[in-house]
Design a protein around this ligand. Structure first.
Ligand code: 13P
Length: 256
């Protein structure tokens, strides 16, 4: 089912006490805000906070927990890794995979990401697969090609049944943490393109039911104009997800 989603990517922020405080505040403030089962709010804290956050959101309808990554390995001698299977045992529902910060700082390429996606799907965790171009790639006009190859390399190996349980997040790298947002027109143009790629590969029915989120300096002040676009089904939020009031304002922008 095509869902309207707001996901908060906390990145490397919040200690134990702060993560509990933020989760409790969000839980309190979204009471009555999420209208139907077609709306979902996802909190993606650092790995070590996941257990606490899962316990805190228990019983809150429409509030789910995601990880910011998962291992490409299933199990074994891989020091420091956390597998999708372990995450599933903590009731993690989503995993962000292929964030530009992972691609950039940790050199994750399409081959690695496709394996992470496979692991997540195997453990029945929904990948939130990120794609997006650098500023120079947009300026040179290659942004559509870049996004297309990111999707083809990292996500489109999945079968039709598997892809139905995935979400794509378009995050232009030049808009992440910069205060510079894609205009609704720029974002809509890319989201339409992405949905078109899903349609080409998996057919119209899958494409129509697919959620594509926008990420990159999405704030209470611009969320509505972005979410009102035809092919934008919500947002993947960084900075503004660290403040309960801002985050809940963004959730409200999903509308009914
Ligand atoms: P900002 O909202 O801080 O720009 O971050 C976006 C992002 O990277 C979400 O994954």
């Amino acid at each position: 089912m095509r869902k309207k989603i707001v996901a908060g990517n906390w990145k490397l922020n919040k200690n134990k006490a702060e993560s509990i405080e933020l989760t409790s505040e969000i839980k309190e403030k979204i009471k009555g805000v999420l209208s139907t089962d077609s709306h979902e709010v996802i909190l993606c804290p650092p790995f070590v906070h996941i257990s606490n956050v899962v316990d805190l959101v228990k019983g809150s309808e429409g509030l789910k927990v995601g990880s910011q990554d998962c291992s490409l390995f299933e199990q074994g001698a891989y020091t420091g890794e956390v597998s999708a299977e372990i995450l599933k045992s903590y009731n993690v529902s989503y995993a962000i995979i292929g964030h530009s910060e992972r691609r950039n700082y940790f050199k994750e390429d399409g081959n690695v990401l496709s394996q992470k996606v496979t692991q997540a799907v195997k453990s029945q965790i929904t990948p939130i697969f990120c794609c997006g171009e650098l500023l120079n790639e947009r300026e040179s006009g290659s942004h559509f090609d870049i996004v297309q190859s990111q999707l083809e390399e990292g996500l489109f190996h999945l079968s039709e049944t598997e892809i139905k349980n995935c979400v794509i997040a378009y995050e232009p790298v030049w808009a992440i943490g910069t205060g510079k947002t894609a205009t609704p027109d720029e974002a809509q143009e890319m989201h339409k393109f992405i949905r078109g790629l899903v349609e080409l590969k998996y057919g119209q029915e899958v494409a129509n039911e697919f959620s594509v989120l926008y990420g990159g300096s999405c704030k209470p002040g611009n969320a509505k104009s972005l979410f009102n676009c035809l092919d934008i089904d919500g947002g993947l939020i960084g900075g503004a997800s660290l403040n309960a009031d801002d985050f809940v304002e963004i959730i409200k922008a999903l509308g009914s």
